[in-house]
Design a protein around this ligand. Structure first.
Ligand code: SF4
Length: 470
C-alpha cells in the first residue's frame, strides 16, 4: 500500500494536505432585473470581445464583466462571508464521514478500484491532519474592502487559503499590499490568458513602475490584457518583497492560444521563478454553443498528453492533476473519430464533468449566488450570495442561505446536489446544463471520477489503467 499512496500523492490523485475544498464567490451583489433584484457576480474588469460593435482585442466574454453590471451593488460583510465559509467547512467533516460510510464502496465498484488502492485512498482522505482548502474567488475578490481581513480570518480558522484575483489592488493600494504581505494567503492565483510569450518576456524585463505606466494606457474594455499586467506586477512585487506565498497563474486555454500554449507556460516559469501554471480549457456559459472548434482539437489533445506524461515524469512546473487529464484523454479516445461534435461539447463543459451525477462529486463545494428574483426595496433585501451552488451553472444555486444546521449542509454536500440536478432535469424538454470542466472543482481522483458522465466510465477506466496501473 505504500506504493499506492506514494503514487496517489505524486500524481495529484489525492492532495497532500487537503481533503475537501470550498470556492466562495465573494463578489456577489444585487442587480436590478425585471420584477425585482437578483444576485450578480460582479467584477471590476471587462473581459469581452466587443463593446458597441467595436472589437476589444479580448478572446472571450465573461458574464461578470463590469459592462454588464448596470448599477449592481452591495457586497456581503466580512463576518457573513467568513461565517458561511466556516459553516461549509464544518459540514465537510461530516460529509466525509457520510461518504465513507454509505457511498465509498459503490464508488469503488463502479470505478473498479481494487482493495489496495481503495484502502490507500481512504487512509489519505480520512487523515485527521488534512485540512479544508478555501479558494477565495469571484470576479475580483480584492474589490472587497475587507479582503485581507477575510483571508486572515480563514487562516485563523485553520483553512488553507488561496486568493484568486486579478491583482490590480496590489498595484494601486499600498495599505492592501502591507496587509496582505503581513498575513498572506498560502496561494495567490492570477490569470494569464490573452498575452503571448514574447509579450510576457518583454513585460518581465520591465520594472514595476514601467509595467504600471504601460498598464494605464490599456483600454478599460480589454480586461484580459489589464489583468495580465496586473498579475505580472503582483507576482514581481511579491517576489521582490519576499512574501512567503506560492504564485499560480490560471491560464484559460482557448482556440486562440492553444498552438503556443507550451511556449507560453515555459515562458511563465522562466519569467516568474518558482510559479505554477494552471491551464484549463475555456468553456461555454449558459447554454452557449461549444467554444472549441474541430480544428483546435488536435492541439488541445497534445496539451492533455503533455500534462499526463509530465505528471508521470515529475516535470517541474506542471500542476499535478492526472485524473482530470485522464478524463479529458478518455473523452478523446471515445469521441475524437466517432463523434467529434460530442467531444467539442465535452471540452466546452457541456455534458462534461458534473457535480450532480453521484454523491461525493461535490467535495469542492461552492458558495455563491442563487437565481431567485426578489421584489423588495433594496434596503430590505437579504445579504447577497451565501448559497451552495455552482458558479458555472447558476441554475444549481440553492434558494436557502448556508446558515442552516451543519448536518443538513453535510447532507446537501453529499446528496443534495445530486437531488438538485435530478430535480432541474426532470420533465424539462430543453437541455439543462449542470456540468463544467474546471479542474479545481473536479478536485481529487474521487470527486473527478464521481462527476464523469456514465457513458464515459468504461473508457476512463481503460485510460486510468494505462497511465496509472489500476
Ligand atoms: S477578470 Fe475574470 S472575472 Fe473579471 S471579467 Fe475578466 S474573466 Fe471575468
Amino acid at each position: 500500500m505504500v506504493r499506492e499512496r506514494d503514487f496517489l500523492l505524486r500524481t495529484g490523485m489525492v492532495n497532500s494536505n487537503v481533503y475537501a475544498g470550498i470556492q466562495p464567490d465573494d463578489c456577489v451583489v444585487w442587480r436590478r432585473v425585471p420584477g425585482g433584484y437578483q444576485n450578480f457576480s460582479l467584477c471590476n474588469h471587462t473581459c469581452v470581445t466587443e463593446v458597441n460593435g467595436k472589437p476589444t482585442g479580448g478572446n472571450y466574454v465573461c458574464d461578470a464583466s463590469f459592462v454588464f453590471a448596470s448599477g449592481a451593488k452591495g457586497f456581503a460583510p466580512r463576518q457573513a462571508i467568513v461565517g458561511w465559509t466556516r459553516s461549509v467547512a464544518a459540514a465537510h467533516a461530516i460529509a466525509r464521514d457520510i461518504f465513507f460510510e454509505y457511498h465509498f464502496n459503490d464508488y469503488c465498484d463502479e470505478f473498479c478500484v481494487s482493495s489496495s488502492w481503495a484502502e490507500a485512498i481512504k487512509l489519505e482522505l480520512t487523515d485527521p491532519n488534512k485540512k479544508v482548502e478555501v479558494n477565495r474567488f469571484g470576479g475580483s475578490p480584492e474589490m472587497l474592502k475587507e479582503c485581507a481581513g477575510i483571508i486572515a480570518d480563514c487562516k485563523q480558522a485553520g483553512f488553507i487559503v488561496n486568493l484568486t484575483t486579478p491583482g490590480r489592488r496590489l498595484m494601486i493600494d499600498a495599505q492592501f499590499v502591507k496587509d496582505l504581505a503581513a498575513d498572506p494567503p498560502q496561494i495567490l492565483a492570477m490569470s494569464f490568458d490573452d498575452v503571448g510569450p514574447d509579450e510576457i518576456k518583454r513585460l518581465a524585463k520591465m520594472d514595476l513602475d514601467a509595467i504600471k505606466a504601460e498598464w494605464k494606457t490599456i483600454s478599460p474594455h480589454h480586461g484580459q490584457r489589464q489583468k495580465a499586467y496586473e498579475g505580472l506586477y503582483a507576482a514581481k512585487l511579491m517576489l521582490e518583497m519576499e512574501v512567503p506565498i506560492k504564485l499560480l497563474f490560471n491560464v484559460v486555454i482557448h482556440p486562440g492560444n492553444i498552438r503556443h500554449l507550451d511556449n507560453l507556460l515555459a515562458t511563465l516559469s522562466e519569467c516568474v521563478p518558482g510559479c505554477f501554471a494552471n491551464p484549463y480549457p475555456a468553456q461555454s456559459f449558459n447554454n452557449e454553443p461549444p467554444c472549441w472548434t474541430v480544428e483546435s482539437l488536435p492541439a488541445l489533445r497534445a496539451h492533455v498528453l503533455h500534462f499526463i506524461e509530465g505528471t508521470l515524469a515529475g516535470t517541474p512546473g506542471i500542476t499535478r492533476r492526472i485524473s482530470y487529464y485522464n478524463m479529458l484523454e478518455a473523452a478523446y479516445r471515445k469521441w475524437f473519430r466517432k463523434d467529434p461534435k460530442r467531444l467539442l461539447e465535452f471540452m466546452s463543459g457541456i455534458g462534461a464533468w458534473d457535480i450532480t451525477l453521484r454523491p461525493g462529486a461535490y467535495r469542492y463545494a461552492q458558495i455563491g449566488k442563487s437565481t431567485e428574483v426578489i421584489n423588495r426595496p433594496f434596503e430590505e433585501l437579504p445579504l447577497p450570495g451565501g448559497h451552495l451552488g455552482c458558479f458555472w451553472n447558476p441554475i444549481l444555486g440553492l434558494p436557502k442561505h448556508v446558515n442552516g444546521s451543519i448536518e443538513e449542509l453535510a447532507e446537501t454536500i453529499t446528496m443534495g446536489m445530486v437531488k438538485r440536478g435530478r430535480e432541474l432535469r426532470r420533465g424539462r424538454l430543453e437541455y439543462v446544463q449542470t456540468s463544467n470542466v474546471m479542474p479545481r472543482l473536479a478536485f481529487d481522483t474521487v470527486s473527478t471520477e464521481l462527476g464523469i458522465p456514465f457513458e464515459l466510465v468504461v473508457e476512463y477506466i481503460r485510460t486510468r489503467k494505462e497511465y496509472c496501473g489500476f
